[in-house]
Design a protein around this ligand. Sequence first.
Ligand code: SPV
Ligand code: MG
Length: 431
Amino acid sequence: MKTAYVSMTTDVFHSGHINIINNAAKYGQVIVGVLSDEAIATYKRPPLLNTEERIKIVSNFKNVERVVVQNSREYTETLLELKPDYVVHGDNWRTGSLQIIRAQVIKTLKAWGGELIEVPYSKHLSGDKLSRKVSSILSTPAIRLAKLSNLLKWKPYIRAIDTSNGLTGIIAENSRVMDEKTNTVKEFDAMWISSLCDSAFKGKPDIELVDLTSRINTINEIMEVTTKPIILDGDTGGKLEHFGFHVKTLERIGVSAVIIEDKTGLKQNSLFGTDVEQVLDNPADFAVKIAEGKHAQATREFMIIARLESLIAGKSVDDAMMRAKIYIDAGADAVMIHSKEKHGDDIFAFMKQFREYSSTIPIVVVPTTYNQFTEDELHAKGANVIIHANHLLRSAYPSMMKTVQSILTTGSSKEASDKYCMPLKEVLTFI
Ligand code: SPV
Ligand code: MG
């Protein structure tokens, strides 16, 4: 009996998938390779149903003889093991990101005279469209909240971008590029809502002046138009007695994590370094604040992340390590190490020491000053969450400044409009 192999990534099953299986059954016994959670999470949203669930469902489809797990997006390893006579796939992969995988499949099959069968793709049943629909349901608070801790389990690292309003939220939600090297789609996994940019977009300094009510307005504005998880920059976390209440509020609206920094007194932006007074909190006191937050927390998945400001305040890596251990003991789910140095040596030294202490607790980094390192390089040194912390504000401001300068200088908006502005029509259609 001949065998026909069908690979399945989806967790939103529709009749198009049944059609492919039924077509495959015309050629032989159907073996379905269900993609593992990890394999899926490397290139698209993590699956709603885990591998086991999907295996159970697919095993019960008519005409499916056997189900195996396909551990990577490429078929090669599985095909070499199964040596099927046929691979059956929708004809939609002749173009786009799957082309290379298709070519590999054809090449691999050749070794034993196997053949690729392509079935006309049901366009109206696009899995991506259904997926987007599902995603919007999944932006309800409890589900959005859990996304970050799930992603941390599935992805080698999380890539976050700063968002401060609905517009930057949409940019973070929808921006994608094709990575030619790995032939995968790259996008942001999460949004960071920084104190710096949330304040700056409101025309205020970053001194904990924008209160939580106002920050929540920003969060809501972003949540209205996005589905990705949110990491909130919680500054110092405020008064000890208030922090537990803040945690409850953030959980209720569906924020995934809050990062609080071990400073006290008037908060100043960390990138001032020691040019301004940066007063570190007493580690024992800060630990109590973390414990207070963890105690107030209602869900399992919310994360309280302790931000270590030792290096910002001119203290040593050892000081940061000493504090990290105290904060973890108090219940912190992860640590963020920050520095304003450009060389990155202090960050790497910290990560090395921290990884000797724990191989699993996530490390968050904000490579604003040491931005010569790529995400992959930072991950290789130990980072699990990489936050690009202020770049949308910093790219928007100079562009707006050029525009106003031009209008003031020329007395009309013609030059600015022709040179610096996107067509109005695009504004009407990109949202
Ligand atoms: C922020 O962007 O608000 C931060 C990171 O907290 S930093 O500005 O580098 O302190
Ligand atoms: Mg901040």
